[in-house]
Design a protein around this ligand. Sequence first.
Ligand SMILES: [Zn+2]
Length: 262
Amino acid sequence: MKKLRIITLFSALLAVLVAAQISCNSSSSGPSETTGHGGGHWSYSGATGPEHWGDLDPQWAACKSGTNQSPVDITDPVTHASADMEFHYKASAGTVMNNGHTIVFTPTDGGYILVSGKQYNLLQFHFHTPSEHLVNGSAYRMEGHLVSQAADGNYAVVGVFYDSGNGNNVVETVFGAVSDTENHETAVTAEVDANGLLPSGMAYYRYSGSLTTPPCTEGLVWSVFETPSTAAETDIQKMENLYGGNARPAQNLNGRTINHMM
Ligand SMILES: [Zn+2]
């Protein structure tokens, strides 16, 4: 009888472990920065906050040991008159989700960008409050990240700063459609054109960095627009209320050069 109870207990424990493993796998099957899927296990404060990410999972070691991490504080950039980007985003339906870390929109086919002639297809875009990148030590109210991937698997991410001001149509459409329930995907039938997220000025900062969320993978081409755009105060506050701050602190440049491309 006692043995049976132990076996029952063991089975129950095993079931819990298997369930945890499944939920863990589903939440870490892809980095939230790139796929939009991310579960628990990491956060922006406390024991699972940014300073601990590298210790939470061996696959996230780059968060601690990486030397080309993002975001960074943009200071003393080197100016080049050699802008190398072309934007070929296009209007697309898609899905929006609050994945517990950010609001992320995934287009059905949102077009692509060219960086030095190399094509990176738009996977998704999402937001951070306050901005993750700093300029001379200062943050903007919000930052959008447009994540694209090339056929060889490499990523290029475009960052856009937002001040509080005139509403942004794309932000309003996406934030207006998102469910408050975490990990609940909502179809967005309206055509969402990522071009609408870009600012008017086209100069940008270029450097080599990483995903700003676990697993903090390096080798990303970062292009952060210099000129901020604007979003409605209510939309910025929606992000702040949902996440209470979802920006990783600025990381050490470790000798990297930031280029100012115009
Ligand atoms: Zn991001």
